[in-house]
Design a binder for this molecule. Structure first.
Ligand SMILES: [Zn+2]
Ligand SMILES: [Zn+2]
Length: 331
């Protein structure tokens, strides 16, 4: 088959790759679409992956073309997406039900071949069938939605809260929609890219600007979420939390990033600082919520590329343009 392969740090090549074969308990999917996200960029630049070469792609959906032994409940022709995360189930974090913090974190597209390829092998235990009205390609948005849902599990936001989000990419926009769904009184977005801010209005944000200063809310926000990973944005975001409010680190900063904050204020004003990492028990809920039509694919998916164009697609995503960029190996 053809696959996009990170061969060495910085190089993504479309090349021939062995077809996956199903082990017991596995499905083989013909990939309809794989989304690109920040994790793929980290992998391209030599991070996260245990070894190279690697086929990236952990946000995907496709049609079952082969079923391994001992699989029940799925058959050839079913359209599915899958939770890409495969925690070890035996380390201390896994044993207290926090598999996303696994000591030996394995995931499709990170530690084994992912979906930027014509076919991908998926454990049936991680697959979720798509309802008839959900287009297979669009279902690549379910994995990022499951990350945004986990963020709200971590936040436990009060109804009526005022929310400020940094970053109007795919994740910032999903967080905006979930905040509204969860009963936020207002949701403001900050992004330095004016083209991205245009979409924010379509999704019913209270306000959108290049800096939070423009919103004139000196008392701050009850919930402030960084979905950029940018240290300058993070420092600004931490300074915008209201008394008794909560800051959530959702975006992925560089591993060596350091940010100054005001510990006296954190003490005196009882500010909570939280982190949210990937998916935890939120994939099925994401599939159910996606099926309601909450996330409009035509707004969220800004670009669609063929598999041959994978390097171009990755470069476009890296440039910070657009929202969700899909690679369609079947097209
Ligand atoms: Zn992702
Ligand atoms: Zn584990």
């Amino acid at each position: 088959m053809k696959a996009a392969l990170v061969t060495t740090p910085g190089t993504l090549e479309v090349t021939e790759f062995p077809d996956p074969t199903p082990r017991a308990g596995d499905l083989i999917l013909k990939v309809a679409a794989a989304g690109i996200c920040g994790t793929d960029l980290h992998i391209l630049h030599g991070g996260f992956a245990k070894a190279l070469p690697l086929v990236p792609g952990h946000e995907f959906a496709g049609e079952i073309v082969a079923v391994g032994a001992d699989v029940t409940g799925f058959r050839v022709g079913d359209r599915v997406t899958a939770d890409p995360n495969m925690p070890c189930r035996s380390c201390p974090s896994c044993r207290v039900g926090r598999g996303n913090l696994c000591d030996d974190f394995q995931a499709l597209g990170v530690s084994e071949a992912g979906a930027m390829a014509e076919y991908v092998r998926v454990p049936a235990a991680l697959a979720v069938k798509l309802p008839g009205h959900v287009a297979t390609e669009d279902a690549a948005l379910i994995e990022p939605l499951s990350c945004a849902i986990h963020a709200f599990d971590v936040l436990r936001m009060n109804v009526g809260a005022h929310v400020l989000i940094y970053g109007a990419g795919t994740m910032g926009l999903m967080l905006l929609q979930l905040a509204k769904q969860a009963g936020a009184a207002s949701v403001h977005l900050v992004d330095v890219n004016p083209e991205r801010l245009a979409t924010v209005w379509l999704l019913g944000a209270t306000g959108a600007a290049a800096t939070a200063e423009e919103f004139d809310r000196p008392q701050g926000w009850d919930v402030v979420i960084d979905a950029t990973g940018n240290p300058r944005a993070i420092a600004d975001a931490l300074s915008r939390v209201a008394k008794g409010g909560t800051y959530l680190q959702f975006g992925v900063p560089p591993e060596d990033a350091r940010v100054e904050f005001d510990p006296f204020r954190v003490y005196k004003e009882e500010i909570r600082i939280l982190g949210s990492m990937a998916v935890l028990h939120s994939f099925e809920r994401a599939a159910d919520l996606f099926a309601t039509g909450l996330i409009l694919p035509d707004i969220f998916i800004s670009h669609r590329f063929s598999l041959e164009q994978a390097p171009e697609a990755m470069a476009l995503f890296a440039s910070g343009q657009g929202r969700k960029v899909l690679i369609r190996p079947g097209a």
